[in-house]
Design a protein around this ligand. Structure first.
Ligand code: C2E
Ligand code: CA
Ligand code: CA
Length: 676
């Protein structure tokens, strides 16, 4: 096979310039091959020619000529091994000597043609052995010269100049001698030789052209194939990159939600019958780090947590993913006792604070665990999520395994989520009212509206659960509208019944989530306007964290407050920076959290705290309510401390509006009787 430039590694597209260089290189390589394979024939024929001369008594001429021929052939075959400089970007097949400092291909081709001419000239000297083709051996020499010329053209297809340079001197010398000898026969023979020469030249040129054409096509095809391969490889690369990006989290490099779910599905499908554990982790205290140090540090913390998780689970061959925000997921095959999920979770909880201590605070982690029975990935995830929720609810920085009780709760929650919108639309979610009294019991200061939903299957659903379900199913706004509407209707009823409660404000609760996600000011003020209720008849209860939250929430609270809605800080004392919320311009009232009122009579510490809050309220002009008053003893202490407002089972339990109205009517009547 002729080595070609076809294996060249193309870096640029195949332009004409590059292609002709490749063809040139192909020619060069093919010329060398053909010269090397023609030289032995040349040598054999030279020896035979010299023998014939010897036999004809021309030993001296014969030997001189043979030495010349052998010398030229020797030089030609030596030259064929010279290295040549390849074109930039074109690398011929192995075994072809190249060197960057050697002469270029074109130069070597010219040398090959020149050496062919020299060799042709040696054969042009044949007349010296046969008296100018007039001796009896003339026919032999004529045949040999014509034969070797035909052979030169046959072998010399790749590059026409080589055979032409060889045959022209050899055959011209034949024709010249014949013309010189004269006579019709000789002249005719000379004419035939010239014709023969012309035919051979034409053949050589034709062969050269076909060779270049063939080489060009082959090189073009090869280059295209190389480019195609490259394009193919690039497209595979791009596809893989896209797939990687689609399945991985760009911040931590862990799998993202989709990637994790897919990988976990594959894992669970493995037919080894082994059980798997899925752990959902949620960082405790991450929001504080983010708020205090900014998002950049927050991002670095998440990256550190990802590395920490990878280190901690390196031996478990776990599937790791970032579940979103500051939540991570981990799935692994349960192999032995040491890898029991609670042990793993405990180890993670122990080690995380060290992994993140360099940020100045200690992060914790809450972990929800589910173990595969024959559950699908989606189920395992929601089981672990439920358990995580429970771990968070019951104190954080702990783990919780998904168990029967949680299973029941999850089923309830799913039903609640499913039925919620329908319940809102059918007005099955109602509002009960609990009075807030002056501590001497003389009057009702306000009413707190508390949501009540009696689910057909699961009975009373705690309001917090309804709020959570509403947020996760996207019906928070319809629910809020419905509750405000119910409260407005309640107020109308009180007016219609001529109740003395018609003049007291009603407080509704707004959760942090609602405050953050809904335009509470527009919704509430809009509803009040629609129902023709004055804003000053409404109060809004929020937790301290809301009172101090973002610019957006402060804007909403300001708007509500400016319209006349009083803002109440609920559960006061259990959040952080409590005093700051007392100083904000819109807070009119605080409710001391129930946990301070509980055991008030027997706990001097709580008494001191309640006293401080009451005094502070007095000096800042903020009303103070004690909530959760369950006993007369608690009430007595509160009175002594000068707490003006109280709420709790001891005074009145939450009840439907009609009952509250009846209770109030009875109370007024007995007060009037006493006065009378
Ligand atoms: P909260 O705002 O602190 O409401 C007071 C809760 O304590 C009510 O529970 C009430 O029934 C209960 N309570 C009242 N007096 C006493 C007492 O003397 N002892 C004891 N142990 N408990 C007492 P409820 O109605 O189950 O509400 C729980 C929480 O759900 C509320 O806590 C409030 O944060 C939330 N919530 C209730 N209704 C709504 C609502 O319409 N919207 C929003 N966003 N949250 C609501
Ligand atoms: Ca409340
Ligand atoms: Ca409260």
């Amino acid at each position: 096979m002729i080595p070609s430039a076809s294996s060249s590694q193309l870096t640029a597209s195949v332009d004409d310039e590059v292609l002709s260089r490749m063809v040139r290189t192909d020619q060069m390589v093919a010329v060398r091959r053909s010269v090397l394979s023609a030289i032995p024939i040349n040598v054999v024929l030279s020896c035979v020619a010299a023998l014939v001369a010897l036999n004809a008594g021309r030993a001296f001429e014969g030997l001189c000529w043979l030495s010349l021929s052998l010398m030229v052939n020797g030089v030609r075959s030596y030259i064929c091994r010279w290295p040549f400089a390849p074109w930039p970007g074109i690398v011929p097949e192995n075994g072809i000597a190249t060197s960057p400092d050697a002469r270029p291909v074109g130069w070597h081709l010219r040398v090959a043609a020149t050496m062919a001419a020299v060799s042709g000239c040696v054969w042009a000297l044949i007349p010296l052995l046969c008296d100018g083709y007039s001796s009896p051996q003339a026919v032999f020499y004529l045949t040999v010269v014509c034969g070797i010329c035909a052979g030169a053209v046959t072998y010399g297809i790749p590059y026409a100049f080589v055979p032409i340079a060889f045959i022209v001197p050899a055959l011209l010398s034949v024709a010249g001698c014949l013309v010189y000898a004269g006579g019709f026969d000789n002249l005719s023979l000379a004419a035939m030789v010239l014709l023969y020469l012309a035919a051979l030249v034409r053949g050589a040129v034709h062969g050269d052209r076909s060779f270049r054409e063939g080489s060009r096509i082959r090189n073009e095809a090869t280059a295209m194939a190389v480019q195609l391969r490259k394009a193919h490889a690039q497209s595979i690369d791009a596809t893989q990159q896209l797939a990687f990006r689609a399945s991985h989290d760009s911040l931590t490099g862990l799998l993202n939600r989709e990637g994790f779910t897919d990988a976990a599905t594959l894992h669970l499908a493995a037919p080894d019958g082994q059980r798997h554990a899925l752990l959902l982790l949620d960082l405790d205290g991450f929001k504080a780090v983010n708020d205090a140090f900014g998002h950049k540090v927050g991002d670095r913390v998440l990256q550190d947590v990802a590395h920490w998780l990878q280190r901690e689970t390196a031996e478990m061959q776990a599937v790791l993913g970032r579940w979103g925000g500051d939540e991570f997921a981990l799935l692994y095959r349960l192999r032995d006792e040491r890898q029991a999920p609670p042990e793993i979770a405990q180890a993670l909880i122990r080690s995380i604070s060290f992994a993140t201590a360099h940020y100045g605070g200690h992060l914790g982690v809450s972990i929800g665990i589910s173990v595969s029975g024959d559950a699908e990935v989606a189920d395992m995830i929601s089981f672990a999520d439920e358990a995580l929720h429970e771990a968070k609810r019951t104190g954080r920085n702990r783990y919780q395994v998904f168990d029967g009780a949680l299973n029941q709760r999850l089923a309830t929650r799913r039903d609640v989520e499913r039925d919620l919108l329908q319940a809102i639309e059918s007005r099955s979610i109602g509002v009960w009212y609990q009075p807030i009294m002056s501590s001497d019991g003389s009057e009702v200061h306000s009413l707190e509206a508390l949501m009540r939903w009696n689910h057909p299957r699961h009975g009373h659903i705690p309001p917090e659960d309804v709020i959570y379900a509403a947020a996760s199913t996207g019906v928070a706004e319809p629910l809020l509208r419905h509750l405000v509407d119910e409260v407005c209707r309640g107020m109308r009823k009180l007016e219609a019944a001529g109740s003395s409660l018609a003049t007291v404000p009603v407080a509704i609760n707004i959760s942090p989530r609602e405050m953050a996600q809904l335009a509470v000011d527009d919704i509430v003020l809009g509803m009040l306007k629609l129902r023709g209720i004055a804003p000053r008849r409404l109060q809004i209860e929020i937790t301290e964290e809301v009172a101090l939250d973002t610019h957006a929430t402060r804007g909403r609270l300001n708007a509500l407050s400016a319209a006349g809605v009083a803002i109440v800080v609920d559960d006061f004392g259990v959040g952080f920076s409590s005093l700051a919320s007392l100083r904000s311009e819109y807070v009119r009232q605080v409710k001391i959290d129930r946990s301070f009122i509980l055991d008030l009579s027997s706990s001097p510490g709580n008494e001191v705290l309640v006293d401080a809050i009451v005094q502070l309220g007095h000096s800042l002009g903020v009303q103070v309510v004690a909530e959760g008053v369950e006993t007369q003893a608690e009430l007595d202490v509160l009175r002594n401390l000068g707490c003006g407002l109280v709420q709790g089972y001891h005074l009145a339990r939450p009840a439907p509006l009609a009952e509250v109205m009846a209770w109030d009517a009875a109370r007024s009547a007995s007060a009037a009787a006493k006065a009378g």
